[in-house]
Design a protein. Structure first.
Length: 572
């Protein structure tokens, strides 16, 4: 059987499926007969020991890769063997409650107690208790762990969707490919998959119900196909296609360490988008002209407590040191929409993409915002730091954000703490309202970067994660190109830097158009850097300008895409 999907991260994979669905315990409340109590107590202890082994294995791995997360796992071990809770669970079982009902009752009791604490730090421990509760209940029920962080064998991960925390924590060396029912080229699953160079096929309808664990498949994330139960001939053919793809990729990668210089000798700054600032991302900075987008929200994800000022400072400092004199553009916390935090409980919104997110949320939670700004400004004594505010829709937004910066600077001055005096402050242009007044915004900021993912979403009024309206999310929409052109013109006219950090910046068809508009800085995931430099080296900017002018006169996204494919066939 062949299923069609959206190939958002190119590659070919042949392997067995792991269906990834979060574990949701269903607790059996049936009372225990008296004669079964000893066996139940023994089953509880065995389940607890099994949970301990899982946590020990996870702790051992994270101790090497991420000591910060390892501390959280150590706390989970302490909870698992808490003397008071253990005694109450065993008493409940002795009174005739099932193992699951006893564990559930006692954990929920302490979750409620801790959740009502006046101390925020203590309240945050409730999520740790919830995590351990689910782990222990799963072991009580004999359900094997499914966790993308602790995969033991190489698999093709198939899911309804993957949250940013899932993709950020997964063991990339064990994931052959990703297939999901929802998501498009600008979803976080797609972005992470590209940065990890994992083949990804998204938007395959109802695929979870069509497949079984262990079933063999071919994922063709070049032409957008998922082939189930392939024949030996099909597997052989796709192994050949994979080799051919890998050879083409290897040839393109030769451009990775080169400069981005056009055919007519113009230098284009090719910068890097990073998230968690792990060792691999920091290493990749050397191949670029700096960090055009540091998605700082990844430092907050997959953890039960907010990162401290000191923790953030050390990470920002590490990235700045690696970048040297090249700029590092740190986007302040961008949470909301499809991005949630375990360590920050937010009210449910009917339309989160138009709700309290990013800068709006930071201005409401000033303590969190100020902590991040303090850490960033302190790190700004090293290197070339640019701080960028996301989800800016008006001049008031810019001025309010800058006012908080001044407050933080005054606090640091009073405390005699050194901080960067030459840090640049800019905005992310992703709401049409700010793009339309770029001539005014440019007077208030040092730089700007265009976030094309959300700019397209808000310009076309399409939820970019809603597969039902995916055809209306048109990255090549004429309005998109006209908005970008106007914004670039205003910043170039003022002599201030302007960059594209959204997925359009690494798009092989759109990038030449952006350069034709006068864009001289583009930022993207590492997987797109070599290809971008290769295209740049084959591109004449006079030709790019001609294309850009024509594109802005066209009427539909389809017309533009067809024109670009034909015009760039000898370049890409």
């Amino acid at each position: 059987m062949v299923y069609q999907g959206n190939p958002v991260s190119e590659g070919i994979a042949v392997g067995k499926i792991m269906l990834y669905e979060p574990f949701v315990p269903v607790v059996d409340t049936t009372a225990l007969p008296k004669e079964e109590i000893p066996a139940a107590l023994s089953r509880y202890k065995n389940a607890r020991n099994s949970a301990k082994k899982e946590l020990e294995a996870l702790y051992s791995r994270l101790q090497q890769d991420d000591p910060g997360k390892a501390k959280i796992i150590k706390a989970h071990m302490d909870i698992l063997f808490d003397v008071a809770m253990e005694e109450e669970i065993q008493d409940a079982i002795s009174d005739g409650k099932s193992v699951e009902a006893a564990v559930d009752k006692i954990f929920r009791k302490y979750i409620r107690i801790i959740g009502k604490s006046a101390d925020e730090r203590i309240r945050e421990r409730a999520s740790d208790l919830e995590d351990v509760r689910c782990r222990l209940l799963r072991n009580c029920m004999g359900v094997k762990e499914k966790n993308l962080a602790v995969l033991t064998d190489p698999v093709v991960v198939v899911a309804k969707d993957l949250f940013p925390s899932d993709t950020a924590s997964m063991n990339r060396n064990k994931v052959l490919a990703i297939v999901t029912e929802v998501g498009g080229p600008t979803s976080h699953t797609a972005i992470i998959a590209r940065s990890y160079e994992i083949p990804a096929l998204l938007g395959v309808p109802d695929i979870l119900f069509q497949l079984q664990n262990g079933q063999e498949v071919i994922v063709d994330a070049v032409d957008g196909a998922l082939i189930t139960d392939p024949t030996d001939e099909e597997k052989e053919a796709y192994r050949g296609k994979k080799v051919q793809f890998q050879e083409q990729t290897a040839e393109t990668k030769k451009y990775l360490a080169s400069d981005g210089v056009t055919k007519d000798g113009v230098k284009i700054e090719v910068e890097l988008n990073i998230g968690s600032a792990n060792a691999q991302e920091v290493h990749d900075i050397q191949y670029t002209d700096g960090v055009g987008l540091f998605r700082s929200e990844f430092l907050y994800m997959g953890r039960d407590t907010l990162p401290s000022e000191e923790e953030q400072y050390k990470i920002y400092r590490k990235v700045l040191m690696q970048a040297g004199n090249n700029p590092v553009t740190l986007r302040t916390l961008d949470i909301g929409g499809d991005k949630k935090l375990d360590c920050l409980e937010l009210p449910k919104e009917d339309n989160p993409f138009l709700g309290n997110r990013a800068l709006r949320l930071c201005l409401q939670h000033r303590d969190i915002f100020k902590t991040q700004l303090r850490a960033a400004l302190r790190a700004g004594t090293i290197g070339n730091l640019w701080i960028m505010f996301p989800m800016v829709g008006s001049m008031d937004d810019i001025r309010n954000a800058k006012a908080v910066v001044r407050e933080v600077q005054q606090d640091l001055d009073r405390e005699n703490i050194k901080y960067g005096k030459n840090v640049k402050f800019g905005i992310m242009i992703e709401i049409p309202s700010i793009a339309m007044i770029a001539d005014l915004a440019v007077k208030e900021v040092d730089f700007a970067s265009i976030g094309t993912n959300d700019l397209c979403q808000y310009t076309t009024a399409v939820d970019r994660l809603n597969q039902n309206v995916a055809k209306y999310y048109q990255s090549y929409h004429p309005a998109m190109f006209r908005l970008i052109r106007y914004t670039v013109e205003q910043f170039n006219k003022a002599g201030k830097p302007i960059c594209v950090c959204g997925e359009l910046g690494g798009d092989k068809l759109a990038m030449p158009v952006l350069l034709g508009f006068g864009m001289r800085r583009i930022s993207m995931g590492i997987a797109s850097v070599a290809r971008a430099k290769k295209i740049i080296s084959r591109l004449d900017l006079r030709f790019a300008k001609e294309m850009a002018d024509k594109v802005c006169q066209m009427e539909t996204a389809g017309e533009i895409e067809a024109y670009l494919k034909d015009s760039l066939k000898d370049v890409i």
